[in-house]
Design a binder for this molecule. Structure first.
Ligand SMILES: Cc1ncc(COP(=O)(O)O)c(C=O)c1O
Length: 399
């Protein structure tokens, strides 16, 4: 008899994004020319001055354990950056550096949720939130949003989802998978409900640096007095500096929450990589034109992707105000045949597109939104051009 896996882990959904990426890789290995638009990471390499800082850190012997919550210089740099950019007082003691933003999120859920607590998660949502909540024994409460509202949670929908068990509201702006960016006014309207019901908020701001004109980023706790005491902000280096592999993310929390996260992390993973922390310090304190360059490149691709989607008959799309995702409504193309294949849902649609045109995307059902598909434009212009030609051909073949 093979060992029995724990119930809590058996209940986890494997990451659909990674599963589609793995299928695309399989086809590539079999010699197919696959265009992969599943990726949730910048396709740029980490800027050289950041890599050089990591080399220097190794040469200087920064190859040992650090304090669990991170090196003091990095915690201070994060606090300073947050304070300067968003105008809220922030001390290094509020910052805990973790092994990527995903780890930071897991730590926050673990420190704030008890079994049976409810965590409100607006859908479409990033694939890991609900699973990380489940790991704590708490219950994700998924609240659907509407394409007509650009997938934004409304105060009325939030209010309707609150029960005596609600502890935490999760917000993600700019959003993965929709690219939605809330305005200050929209966040303030949600904040009023949060304050009225004494909720805690986890604000995932990992795509902060990727917001396109004329849209603007707003950090949630800045929109009303009294929110900073009840909000945890999660952010990191992965998306802004093309540093997904370095695994540096962080939380900024009320002091007692940060202490709890520090304690948890000290027993769990200890510190994140010492070398990556020095690289992150160089990222935050060094020149920021690399961020502007990447944003400009993404902005150009976004324009192109928008124009190509607009030209697809009966496909609509989110506004794509931030991040690097197009979230397309493909409902008009379900319940159709593609060659000999019958396609009734977004998963079948993505698989058929992959098999027939070797274009990899992720089904909306993985993000809690059936009838949609996420296409990442963290890919070269050449591949986007070819990818949309293939996509248009695939749609035209529906009968
Ligand atoms: C919304 C969101 N939050 C957090 C993360 C995790 O980031 P990291 O790679 O730093 O763990 C991702 C990564 O895709 C994301 O899209």
């Amino acid at each position: 008899m093979p060992p029995t896996i724990s119930r809590i882990v058996q209940a986890l959904e494997p990451s659909a994004t990674l599963a589609m990426a793995a299928k695309a890789k399989e086809l590539k290995a079999a010699g197919k020319q696959v265009l992969d638009f599943t990726l949730g990471e910048p396709d740029f390499t980490t800027p050289p001055h950041i890599c050089e800082a990591a080399c220097r850190a190794m040469q200087a012997g920064h190859t040992h354990y650090t304090p669990a919550a991170g090196i003091p210089e990095l915690r201070a740099a994060i606090a300073r950056q947050y304070q300067q950019q968003h105008g809220l007082e922030c001390t290094p003691q509020q910052v805990v550096v973790s092994n990527g933003a995903k780890h930071a999120l897991h730590n926050v859920f673990t420190c704030l949720c008890n079994p049976q607590d409810e965590v409100i998660i607006p859908a479409p949502y990033w694939v890991s939130y609900a699973e990380l909540v489940k790991l704590t024994g708490a219950r994700p409460v998924i609240v659907p949003t509407r394409e007509e509202d650009d997938f934004k949670l409304t105060p009325a929908a939030l209010r309707a989802a609150i029960t005596p068990r609600t502890t935490l509201l999760l917000l993600c702006s700019p959003s993965n998978p929709t690219g939605t960016v809330y305005t200050r006014e929209e966040l303030a309207a949600l904040a009023d409900v949060v304050l009225e019901h004494n909720l805690l908020v986890l604000s995932d701001e990992i795509y902060e640096q990727l917001v396109y004109e004329p849209h603007r980023f707003t950090s949630f706790p800045t929109v009303r007095p009294g929110l900073w005491e009840r909000t945890v902000v999660v952010n990191g280096c992965s998306k802004a500096y093309a540093m997904t592999g370095w695994r540096i993310g962080w939380s900024i929390s009320p002091r007692n929450v940060a202490q709890a996260i520090d304690g948890l992390q000290s027993q769990q993973t200890s510190n994140p990589s010492s070398i990556s922390q020095y690289a992150a310090l160089a990222a935050l304190e060094g020149p920021q034109d690399c961020v502007a360059q990447m944003r400009a490149e993404f902005a150009q691709r976004r324009q192109y992707v928008k124009s190509r989607i607009e030209a697809l008959p009966r496909v609509s799309c989110s506004q794509m105000a931030g991040a690097f995702y197009a979230f397309m409504n493909i409902q008009a193309y379900l319940g159709r045949n593609y060659g000999t294949e019958r396609v009734d849902n977004s998963q079948q649609w993505c698989l058929a597109l992959l098999q027939q045109e070797q274009v990899a995307t992720v089904m909306g059902s993985a993000f809690g939104a059936e009838g949609y598909v996420r296409l990442s434009f963290a890919a070269s212009m050449d591949s986007l051009e070819e990818g949309f030609d293939r996509l248009a051909r695939f749609l035209a073949s529906a009968s």
